[in-house]
Design a protein around this ligand. Structure first.
Ligand code: SF4
Length: 237
């Protein structure tokens, strides 16, 4: 667990480098404490420093606890692993859903999209694709599966389903044949190291097999794709 002072130091370092949007992630974030400080104090410190939009990810199993903590965060992504987590999402507070699509859950997407569309407090749902880190290669989608999932997401988005990913970003993720601009983010690891890439080992080859849709979205922003820029302004502006 990082100390409050160390976190504030990292936040200020990011702000000084130009960051104005903050995303903090960590499975145990909900249990973070330092003396009298709790997780909500981190986001409050971020707002005082000057970040104008904050977000975090909450596993669906912690959603009820998170609501009780009531930390002030602009966008809360409730992470679901598939249909089995949907009963954990109730209708009493606004949330955004997040799902990593993999070889085990990709057939559930249509039902999950119907849930997101019919659930009055779900603002949006964002999708990543499994990145085949060592030991989890078998969960990656085949190219055929990846193509059919992305085509489904694009056609569903055009039909009005509340999908956060943009068409331009999704098209990039089809074959990953695009220039990476991930360095525009300032990634800070738990031990305080800062990095222009989101993964610890730059030689792992994961950037070539990336499933993080932000990579495709950032490329679309740098190519001035209107749908991506408008989506960014709407959700983070
Ligand atoms: S793994 Fe993907 S999102 Fe992360 S730095 Fe590499 S290309 Fe960017």
């Amino acid at each position: 667990m990082k100390s409050y002072d160390d976190i504030v130091r990292d936040l200020k370092a990011c702000y000084d480098k130009g960051a104005r949007i903050l995303d903090i992630e960590g499975v145990n974030l909900i249990d973070w404490k330092d003396k009298d400080k709790q997780v909500g104090d981190i986001f409050e410190a971020a707002r005082k420093i000057g970040f104008y939009n904050t977000s975090t990810m909450v596993p669906a199993k912690f959603w009820q606890r998170w609501k009780e903590i009531d930390a002030k965060v602009d966008i809360i992504w409730v992470s679901i692993s598939g249909e089995k987590d949907l009963p954990l999402i109730d209708n009493d507070r606004k949330a955004s859903l997040y799902m990593v699509v993999n070889a085990n859950n990709y057939k559930e997407i249509e039902r999950i999209l119907d849930f997101a569309k019919s659930h009055k407090n779900i603002d949006q749902i964002a999708f990543n694709f499994h990145t085949p880190f060592k030991g989890s290669e078998e969960m990656a989608l085949s190219q055929e599966q990846r193509t059919s999932v992305i085509e489904l997401l694009i056609s569903s988005k055009k039909k009005g389903y509340p999908i956060m990913n943009t068409v331009s970003g999704l098209k990039n993720m089809l074959n990953l044949n695009f220039k990476r601009y991930c360095w525009i983010c300032n990634f800070v690891y738990c031990d305080g190291r800062q990095s222009p890439i989101c993964i610890d080992n730059k030689d792992s080859g994961m950037c070539d097999k990336c499933g993080f849709s932000m990579a495709g979205e950032m490329n679309a922003v740098f190519r001035f794709k209107p749908d991506t820029i408008l989506t960014g302004l709407k959700s983070r502006g």
